[in-house]
Design a binder for this molecule. Structure first.
Ligand code: XIL
Length: 330
């Protein structure tokens, strides 16, 4: 089998995957090293992991991933500094407006500062777009927007630039792959945010598009391609940050399921990789057993029928048709 890292390098694409402390075992380490040029800590750098209380910073698990990355010569992506959703540490909701501003600044300072020289690209803001109106913005609800409104976004980017002038600052978003007409206008809502940031001189280097493909929601190659052009026109680079295929609606039969997953990757990559602004491709884990869909399905279905097969390798880390499809498209 070809290795993805080399195939990507030939096209100037960094190839990555999410990785978590559960996987720190020698077999997985060598596979990740062989296939990839970068990794993203799946949960270990999130506020939920490192900020159990307002006073505490616990970097132990993030450090373990950083050490693994260093040992393996892998680049590490910073995911994610500020994620405004309803699953953030409870203490955030108790802060006043002024305290919230300094909490954001302090969090960014300490976290980016700790990994200076080790993490070059940061998701400064994760998933800002949502369904709640704040003036002309449509944003996801959570503690930051509730206290500061849309300003929390600019505040975070400015703080990040102040701490790390050379870092690449990224806004990472989900749901932009599905047809905008049938979705919730995620593309237009995201472009609106980008335009306001750029109008006011807020530092922003790139856009992360997660790529959790949902085949039961329509993917429109033409519209998605035009959306990538819109981002590139704004002089931003693009990273595909969390690619996987939610195969819940696919047939039970494993061969048919694997074919449908592979075809879904193919179709998406053909459009995504056609745009030269796209400079990296990361999967949300490599093996099916580590997929977040797998964890969800075990909760919902302890008997384990219809186990999801969303990734490039099966649960025993054997490459599937999806691997070949991705290798072909690279
Ligand atoms: C997910 C992890 O995979 C899960 O383990 C965790 O329980 C929740 O978060 N968008 C993101 C990622 O930006 O951080 C999410 O990761 C998946 C959706």
């Amino acid at each position: 089998k070809p290795n993805l890292r080399q195939l990507g390098a030939d096209k100037r694409l960094a190839i990555g995957s999410a990785f978590s402390t559960n996987e720190l075992n020698p077999d997985d380490e060598s596979l990740f090293r062989h296939e990839l040029s970068r990794i993203t800590p799946e949960n270990e750098l999130k506020m939920t992991a490192i900020r159990p209380t307002r006073e505490t910073f616990d970097f132990a698990r993030a450090d373990a991933i950083a050490d693994f990355a260093r040992r393996g010569g892998l680049e590490m992506r910073g995911h994610a500094l500020i994620w405004n959703n309803d699953r953030q540490p409870g203490w955030l909701a108790t802060l006043s407006e002024a305290e919230m501003r300094s909490a954001i600044e302090e969090h960014i300072e300490r976290t980016m500062g700790r990994y200076e020289g080790r993490i070059e690209v940061w998701d400064v803001i994760n998933e800002p777009v949502g369904t709640v109106a704040f003036g002309d913005y449509m944003l996801r609800d959570g503690p930051f927007v509730q206290r500061l409104g849309p300003d929390y976004i600019a505040l975070a980017f400015r703080a990040a630039r102040a701490v790390a002038p050379a870092a690449k600052l990224v806004l990472n978003e989900t749901h932009t792959e599905r047809d905008d007409r049938f979705g919730r206008n995620y593309r237009r809502r995201l472009l609106y945010i980008i335009d306001r940031l750029q109008d006011t001189g807020v530092p922003l280097d790139g856009i992360g598009l997660q790529g959790h493909l949902q085949p039961d929601k329509p993917f429109d190659p033409h519209g998605f391609g035009a959306f990538l052009d819109e981002i590139a026109r704004r002089k931003l680079f693009i990273e595909i940050t969390e690619l996987d295929v939610n195969d819940a609606s696919f047939p039970d039969d494993i061969a048919a399921r694997d074919q449908a997953v592979a075809a879904t990757y193919r179709r998406f990559l053909r459009t995504a990789l056609a745009n030269p602004a796209v400079r990296s491709l990361s999967f949300w884990q490599l093996g099916d057993g580590a997929s977040w869909y797998f964890a969800q399905s075990v909760d919902e279905n302890p008997l384990g029928q219809r186990r999801p097969r969303p990734l490039l390798y099966d649960a025993d880390m054997r490459p599937k048709l999806a691997f070949d499809a991705v290798a072909d498209e690279l």
